[in-house]
Write a protein that binds this ligand. Structure first.
Ligand SMILES: *Cc1c(COP(=O)(O)O)cnc(C)c1O
Length: 368
């Protein structure tokens, strides 16, 4: 009997080679300086070069970065933030952390990202910001979303947890909005074990952002003279995570390139398969394919079939509007109904080799 092919996971942690990582990790662990110090500042600088924005604040998680972005955008009690239900929970919990209200807009049925026209319909005098997720690594229609935000004086916060290395209008995601958050959690394109980055348009946000991530205090000021004038948090990144991040960053280009090469392979290889609809996006958008999303007829049957064949697949996220904590925001979202009812995520990352991606395409071609 032929040996069963090895399972292909939907997610896998990328860690830089031991020979590159361990000496530097050992150095920092025994340096006597494992809190926030020079490696954190260096990682912020290098990360800023990578995403094309010099104004970077690092955090211990992406969720913390989102919380601070919302505070910097003045999203507070009495204010509304327009957001998407099609995302991981932290996107929207962060809005509640800031004390603001979540208002759902509907998604573009082509790709599950917020639709600019729906955002515009949801604006009220209390709207302060728009939270845009690039779901699965496909950039949302940022030209149209920025136009709406500018017309109404709203801040734009991008949740780019899935979209490191993606581009829009020829520029990296991270370089184009008021705030862009990247998650460095275990299974994202680049992990520091845990961590988050916030790319800010305005350098004037940096001093307050640094205070907010450190108990409301200026770390440079003498501890005895400093005044806490605003509630801050313990959200900073430490030297250990930053050192891992510095080494990861040196190895990340080929990782992201492989996600993109696999994504483009599926864009071509899965086209025209009966019962499968592929996502579509703006001509200016260049996805970084964190996972690959297909819209399938009898989706649950396809999911079962792929699992039998050892091909990882999942919905990854529950639509957030179904959680009790967001009950006050409930509304009709026909685009989410349609997209969530048909979507299935399949593996597309750096661990998917030529043979594996052929196996995945073959399984879909065979039918279910
Ligand atoms: C992972 C993720 C986050 C949160 O990131 P953490 O670093 O785990 O806090 C936020 N939004 C989305 C869409 C995510 O996938």
């Amino acid at each position: 009997m032929a040996k069963a092919a090895a399972p292909i996971p939907l997610f896998k942690v990328f860690m830089a080679p031991e020979s590159a990582l361990m000496p530097r990790l050992r150095d920092v662990l025994y340096s006597g300086q494992i809190g926030e110090g020079p490696p954190v500042a260096e990682f912020e600088q290098r990360f800023g070069e990578f995403v094309g924005r010099p104004n970077i604040l690092s955090f211990y998680s992406g969720t913390a970065a989102l919380h601070i972005a919302l505070l910097l955008a003045d999203a507070r009690p009495g204010k509304e933030v327009i957001s998407t239900a099609l995302t991981a929970e932290p996107t929207n919990l962060a809005i509640l952390h800031a004390g603001a209200e979540v208002v759902w807009a509907d998604v573009d049925p082509r790709n599950g990202n917020l639709a600019a026209a729906s955002i515009e319909e949801k604006i009220t005098p209390r709207t302060r910001a728009v939270m845009v997720v690039h779901y699965g690594g496909i950039p949302a229609s940022m030209a149209a979303i920025h136009a709406v935000a500018e017309r109404h004086g709203l801040a734009v916060i991008e949740d780019a947890a899935h979209a490191l290395g993606a581009r829009y209008a020829g520029l990296p995601i991270g370089s184009q909005s008021d705030y862009t958050m990247f998650s460095l959690q275990a299974i994202k394109h680049l992990t520091t074990v845990d961590g988050g980055m916030l790319a800010c348009r305005n350098p004037a946000d940096l001093p307050r952002g640094r205070r907010l991530r450190w108990f409301g205090m200026d770390r440079a000021a003498p501890r005895i003279e400093v005044d806490v004038a605003e509630v801050g948090y313990k959200y900073h990144m430490n030297n250990v995570n930053a050192t891992i991040g510095l080494v990861q960053l040196e190895h990340i280009r080929p990782v992201i390139e492989r996600h993109i090469a696999n994504g483009k392979f599926f864009d071509a290889a899965l086209r025209g398969i009966p019962g499968i609809e592929l996502c579509a996006w703006d001509a200016q958008a260049e996805p970084s394919y964190w996972f690959y999303t297909v819209l399938a007829e009898r989706r649950d049957d396809l999911a079962r079939r792929l699992s039998e064949l050892g091909i990882g697949n999942s919905l990854a996220h529950k639509r957030n509007d179904r959680h009790s904590v967001f009950a006050a925001s409930r509304c009709d979202l026909p685009g989410v109904d349609r997209f969530f009812g048909a979507m299935l995520h399949i593996p597309c990352g750096w661990w998917v080799g030529d043979e594996e991606r052929e196996r995945i395409a073959g399984a879909l071609r065979q039918g279910w």
